[in-house]
Design a protein around this ligand. Sequence first.
Ligand code: GDP
Length: 429
Amino acid sequence: MPPQGSCTVIVGCQWGDEGKGKIVDVLAEDVDIIARYQGGANAGHTVHVGEDEFILHQIPSGVLHEGKRCLLGNGVVLDIRQFFEEYDALLARGIELDGRVGVSGRAQLLLPYHRLLDKAVENAASTKIGTTGRGIGPAYEDKAGRRGLRVADLGNPDRFHKRVAAAQERVTRRLEQLGAGSSDELEAAMEEAFGLGERLLSLATDTGSEIIGALSAGKRVLLEGAQGTALDLDHGTYPFVTSSNTTAASAATGTGIGPTLIDEVVGVVKAYTTRVGEGPLPSAFSPEMDEHVRALGGEFGATTGRPRRCGWFDSVLARHAARVNGLTGLAVTKLDVLDTLSTLDVATAYRLPDGSITEDFPADTWALASGERIYETVPGWEAPTGDVQRLEDLPANARAYLDRIQELSGAPVQWVSVGTKRSQIIPVD
Ligand code: GDP
């Protein structure tokens, strides 16, 4: 038997922003390859290294560890201009990238017209989704509509330009229908994107082959998702979701490996809940509490700066996430944010508009939005946790809270994060 490495998926289990960036950064220390499997530049991972803060949108958070190989899988939609802005900003901050970043030849390209369309469609829509306006939805629509362009297409400039010209005509007509009109900026942006094509092609790789080769050489691989389970196109609060499957199974499809190669799936949850954009947040706080916890947790989007809505830990969602992702463990982040609260509520079930009570995450998003929550109240710990390094040193009520989260979610807690720094992490045996 050849040596067999290990493959772990890191997946968000709420509405994104769970602190996946920090968990990936911590776990990346012990792996060889980190690969992103879906999403685009709408994701924003914030990682603190010493006094430095890095906000990464497309390049996996593992890039901050010297020598690790970072891949963007075929499941991502890659915004060429934004990608190189991020790449060059890392170089400018002294991060060595030579031979460290690879991009799947099968990854979809997000081109400037996707951004224009995204904004125009959202402006014209009667039901707003709350998109980040970065073109992600239209790029995935082109992928599913089999009109998209992929990284490998850059290798044939003639064919590439013909297909882009056809796409631009189509987009211009659509923009006119939406009353948005095209702009001269688009031409300039397209030229800029083409100018970077060859540079991008030089990073092209077959991510699946690379990962499979690394695993059979005994190496360790992390597959990193963006957004979270409740934003998954199928399993989230549709239609207030993102345009890709965020859940763990797409870590295989989105990088080009078989699902049997995945050994572990670690779900990242905040010790409370947040949501940005439109759509229901079932366990939302009262307005005063919302403002209070937003300030304590610094809950403003890394990509857009939008304030996030905040709420109590929702175990109905956590259980749903444990099931649809096949979680083998949980990483609970931002426990320290709750340090000053005297009591905490945990949502354990939903009462639906017809009066029935469910412990399962409902498929009907509107029923989920309008019912009532059933809460269990537990005592807070009212003590700082930021310096705690071992589980047994956490206040008893904090441990009891984690135990309850574990019990209700059905997945064991493996990591507890108690601050932004790399060192503020508690492993749970
Ligand atoms: P991601 O997209 O899931 O990586 O999440 P974000 O980057 O949007 O949000 C995570 C934010 O929370 C970042 O600013 C992190 O530095 C911060 N963070 C992560 N873990 C912790 C933690 O345990 N405690 C505190 N106070 N902040 C944390």
